[in-house]
Design a protein. Structure first.
Length: 174
């Protein structure tokens, strides 16, 4: 824009239009070359970005196949227990389709002491060591069952591995 303004001022004061046209064409040629180089750089950047996106998609698919094939119920939640991901075994445990579990809170399946469960979830999100809990869960349209939950996480999310527990109930149950 600055070049344009300079050329415009020169055109208003310059007496020989032929010389001004030559200078203008030279300036426009330079500007056009700069735009072409910038366009090439954008095209290269976009191609690299598309390549990275494709690689990330493949990595995610590989991760998802591994995650979904795990034989034990595995659930990824936010610290407030909102379900972000669940594998097939987890969906079978809760007797709910995977797609319908996403966005639900894990706490709705806890039969007793939901407040303690939510406190334990918050504690798991704030400590470095995994936490092991006994939970009484009630899957949809099924009898309640006791599971051992091993949970580990951080402020961004929790990872839960759920295993059927022994039939007896102890004081660590929620």
């Amino acid at each position: 824009m600055q070049r344009y303004n300079t050329l415009q001022r020169r055109a208003e004061t310059h007496r020989e239009p032929g010389e001004l046209v030559n200078k203008t064409l030279a300036e426009l040629g330079t500007a056009l070359e700069e735009v072409r180089v910038a366009q090439e750089q954008l095209i290269e950047s976009r191609a690299r970005l598309e390549q990275v996106q494709t690689e990330l998609r493949h990595q995610y698919e590989k991760y998802w196949l591994l995650f979904d094939a795990m034989p034990e119920p595995y659930v990824v939640t936010k610290p407030d227990s909102t379900i972000l991901e669940v594998n097939k075994a987890g969906a079978q445990l809760f007797n709910v389709s995977q797609r319908f579990l996403i966005g639900k809170t894990l706490s709705v399946f806890v039969c007793e002491e939901r407040t303690q469960f939510l406190a334990a979830s918050a504690r798991a999100a704030s400590q470095d060591e995994p936490l092991e809990l006994q939970l009484k869960l009630r899957p949809r349209e099924r009898a309640p069952l006791i599971v051992t939950a091993r949970v580990r996480g951080d402020a961004s999310g929790l990872r839960w591995v759920l295993r059927p527990a022994a039939v007896h109930r102890d004081d660590t149950s929620l």
